[in-house]
Design a protein around this ligand. Structure first.
Ligand code: TMP
Length: 156
Protein backbone atom coordinates (compact mmCIF):
# COMPACT_ATOMS: atom_id res chain seq x y z
CA UNK A 1 0.00 0.00 0.00
CA UNK A 2 1.33 3.43 -0.90
CA UNK A 3 0.63 6.04 1.77
CA UNK A 4 1.39 9.71 2.34
CA UNK A 5 2.67 10.81 5.74
CA UNK A 6 0.47 13.49 7.25
CA UNK A 7 0.95 16.07 9.97
CA UNK A 8 -2.36 15.35 11.66
CA UNK A 9 -4.51 18.33 12.69
CA UNK A 10 -5.39 17.61 16.35
CA UNK A 11 -9.13 18.00 15.77
CA UNK A 12 -11.54 15.06 15.46
CA UNK A 13 -14.47 15.87 13.21
CA UNK A 14 -17.73 14.09 14.04
CA UNK A 15 -20.75 14.18 11.72
CA UNK A 16 -24.12 13.14 13.18
CA UNK A 17 -27.44 12.28 11.51
CA UNK A 18 -29.10 10.50 14.44
CA UNK A 19 -28.74 10.99 18.21
CA UNK A 20 -26.38 8.42 19.78
CA UNK A 21 -23.30 8.12 21.98
CA UNK A 22 -21.90 11.25 23.60
CA UNK A 23 -24.54 13.51 22.00
CA UNK A 24 -27.26 11.47 23.67
CA UNK A 25 -25.56 11.98 27.05
CA UNK A 26 -24.76 15.66 26.47
CA UNK A 27 -28.25 16.80 25.50
CA UNK A 28 -30.30 14.14 27.32
CA UNK A 29 -32.05 12.70 24.25
CA UNK A 30 -32.52 8.98 23.76
CA UNK A 31 -30.56 7.21 21.05
CA UNK A 32 -32.28 6.90 17.70
CA UNK A 33 -33.89 10.33 17.33
CA UNK A 34 -33.30 11.59 13.79
CA UNK A 35 -31.80 15.09 13.81
CA UNK A 36 -33.69 17.71 11.81
CA UNK A 37 -30.35 18.75 10.30
CA UNK A 38 -26.86 17.27 10.22
CA UNK A 39 -24.53 18.24 13.07
CA UNK A 40 -20.76 18.69 12.60
CA UNK A 41 -18.78 18.70 15.85
CA UNK A 42 -15.11 19.22 16.66
CA UNK A 43 -13.14 17.57 19.47
CA UNK A 44 -9.65 18.64 20.58
CA UNK A 45 -7.45 15.53 20.25
CA UNK A 46 -5.89 15.13 23.71
CA UNK A 47 -5.83 11.82 25.59
CA UNK A 48 -5.05 13.61 28.90
CA UNK A 49 -8.11 15.85 28.54
CA UNK A 50 -10.39 13.13 27.14
CA UNK A 51 -10.85 14.80 23.72
CA UNK A 52 -13.07 17.74 24.81
CA UNK A 53 -15.72 19.26 22.53
CA UNK A 54 -14.55 22.56 21.03
CA UNK A 55 -15.86 24.98 18.41
CA UNK A 56 -14.37 26.88 15.49
CA UNK A 57 -13.49 29.85 17.72
CA UNK A 58 -11.36 27.55 19.91
CA UNK A 59 -9.71 26.09 16.81
CA UNK A 60 -8.87 29.58 15.52
CA UNK A 61 -7.74 30.98 18.91
CA UNK A 62 -5.57 27.94 19.66
CA UNK A 63 -4.13 27.99 16.10
CA UNK A 64 -5.10 24.34 15.54
CA UNK A 65 -6.14 25.05 11.94
CA UNK A 66 -6.91 28.07 9.76
CA UNK A 67 -10.49 29.06 9.02
CA UNK A 68 -9.84 28.30 5.34
CA UNK A 69 -8.78 24.77 6.31
CA UNK A 70 -11.82 24.41 8.59
CA UNK A 71 -14.14 25.48 5.81
CA UNK A 72 -12.67 22.77 3.53
CA UNK A 73 -12.72 20.20 6.36
CA UNK A 74 -16.41 20.86 7.04
CA UNK A 75 -17.34 20.68 3.40
CA UNK A 76 -15.40 17.40 2.86
CA UNK A 77 -16.94 15.90 6.03
CA UNK A 78 -20.45 16.75 4.81
CA UNK A 79 -19.66 15.37 1.35
CA UNK A 80 -18.41 12.10 2.89
CA UNK A 81 -21.65 12.00 4.89
CA UNK A 82 -23.76 12.51 1.80
CA UNK A 83 -21.99 9.80 -0.21
CA UNK A 84 -21.76 7.29 2.64
CA UNK A 85 -25.35 7.84 3.82
CA UNK A 86 -26.76 6.94 0.40
CA UNK A 87 -24.26 4.14 -0.22
CA UNK A 88 -25.20 2.48 3.08
CA UNK A 89 -28.93 3.19 2.77
CA UNK A 90 -28.98 1.26 -0.51
CA UNK A 91 -27.74 -1.72 1.55
CA UNK A 92 -30.38 -1.24 4.25
CA UNK A 93 -27.80 0.30 6.59
CA UNK A 94 -28.30 3.51 8.59
CA UNK A 95 -25.34 5.86 8.96
CA UNK A 96 -25.85 7.27 12.47
CA UNK A 97 -22.57 9.17 12.85
CA UNK A 98 -18.85 8.96 12.14
CA UNK A 99 -15.49 10.51 12.93
CA UNK A 100 -12.81 11.82 10.56
CA UNK A 101 -9.35 13.27 10.99
CA UNK A 102 -7.46 15.46 8.55
CA UNK A 103 -3.81 16.31 8.07
CA UNK A 104 -1.29 18.17 5.97
CA UNK A 105 1.05 16.64 3.39
CA UNK A 106 3.51 19.19 1.98
CA UNK A 107 1.00 21.86 2.96
CA UNK A 108 -1.88 20.10 1.19
CA UNK A 109 -4.95 19.35 3.33
CA UNK A 110 -5.95 15.69 3.07
CA UNK A 111 -8.48 13.38 4.69
CA UNK A 112 -6.38 11.03 6.83
CA UNK A 113 -8.57 8.34 8.30
CA UNK A 114 -10.18 4.98 7.84
CA UNK A 115 -13.93 4.72 7.36
CA UNK A 116 -15.10 1.53 9.08
CA UNK A 117 -17.47 0.22 11.78
CA UNK A 118 -14.71 1.25 14.22
CA UNK A 119 -15.17 4.92 13.37
CA UNK A 120 -18.81 4.99 12.24
CA UNK A 121 -22.09 4.04 13.92
CA UNK A 122 -24.00 1.83 11.49
CA UNK A 123 -27.40 0.31 12.30
CA UNK A 124 -29.57 -2.13 10.38
CA UNK A 125 -32.28 0.12 8.88
CA UNK A 126 -35.09 -2.36 9.55
CA UNK A 127 -34.25 -3.71 13.01
CA UNK A 128 -32.03 -0.93 14.41
CA UNK A 129 -29.45 -3.54 15.34
CA UNK A 130 -26.01 -2.07 16.04
CA UNK A 131 -23.43 -3.26 13.51
CA UNK A 132 -20.43 -1.24 14.75
CA UNK A 133 -17.95 -0.79 17.59
CA UNK A 134 -20.76 -0.03 20.06
CA UNK A 135 -21.17 -3.84 20.20
CA UNK A 136 -17.71 -3.86 21.84
CA UNK A 137 -18.18 -0.59 23.80
CA UNK A 138 -21.46 -1.79 25.37
CA UNK A 139 -20.30 -5.43 25.64
CA UNK A 140 -23.13 -6.66 23.40
CA UNK A 141 -21.07 -9.48 21.85
CA UNK A 142 -21.17 -10.46 18.17
CA UNK A 143 -18.61 -7.85 17.11
CA UNK A 144 -17.05 -9.95 14.35
CA UNK A 145 -20.43 -11.16 13.04
CA UNK A 146 -21.64 -7.54 12.83
CA UNK A 147 -18.52 -6.31 11.01
CA UNK A 148 -18.76 -9.24 8.59
CA UNK A 149 -22.41 -8.38 7.94
CA UNK A 150 -21.46 -4.79 7.02
CA UNK A 151 -18.69 -6.15 4.77
CA UNK A 152 -21.08 -8.64 3.14
CA UNK A 153 -23.63 -5.91 2.36
CA UNK A 154 -20.96 -3.54 1.04
CA UNK A 155 -19.85 -6.18 -1.45
CA UNK A 156 -23.38 -6.26 -2.93
P1 TMP B 1 -19.31 9.77 20.29
O1 TMP B 1 -20.81 9.71 20.22
O2 TMP B 1 -18.72 8.86 21.32
O3 TMP B 1 -18.82 11.19 20.45
O4 TMP B 1 -18.75 9.24 18.89
C1 TMP B 1 -19.14 9.84 17.68
C2 TMP B 1 -18.59 9.03 16.52
O5 TMP B 1 -17.17 9.08 16.49
C3 TMP B 1 -18.94 7.54 16.57
O6 TMP B 1 -19.24 7.10 15.25
C4 TMP B 1 -17.69 6.85 17.04
C5 TMP B 1 -16.60 7.78 16.53
N1 TMP B 1 -15.45 7.84 17.43
C6 TMP B 1 -14.21 7.38 17.00
O7 TMP B 1 -14.06 6.93 15.86
N2 TMP B 1 -13.15 7.47 17.86
C7 TMP B 1 -13.26 7.97 19.11
O8 TMP B 1 -12.26 8.04 19.84
C8 TMP B 1 -14.56 8.43 19.56
C9 TMP B 1 -14.76 9.01 20.94
C10 TMP B 1 -15.62 8.35 18.68
Amino acid sequence: MLVKSLKIIPVEVVVRNIVAGSLSKRVGLIEGIRLSSTIVEYYFKSDELGDPLINEDHIRALNLASMEQMSKIKSVALKVNDILLHHLAARNLELVDFKLKFGLHNGQLLLGDEISPDTCRIWDKTTGEKLDKDRFRYDLGGVEVAYEEVYRRLLN
